[in-house]
Design a protein around this ligand. Sequence first.
Ligand SMILES: [Zn+2]
Length: 74
Amino acid sequence: MRIRLNLECPRCGGALFMEEDDKNVSVYCIRCGLRVSWKLRDAARRAVKNIDGSLIFDWSSVIDELYLELTINH
Ligand SMILES: [Zn+2]
């Protein structure tokens, strides 16, 4: 799965994408290659929320945190 994010690369201003495979979730820039990845298990630990007894995977909070990490690391 690959999704174009409505965010710009903090280093070069290029388009950012989010990609998920069976092990990792990553946010990366297609222009300069800046990238940050989390293991899915870690992402799930941070993102799964219990809302009225249903477990919800909150992608937006994962994207926010990955983007923050990208900004710090760039
Ligand atoms: Zn970039």
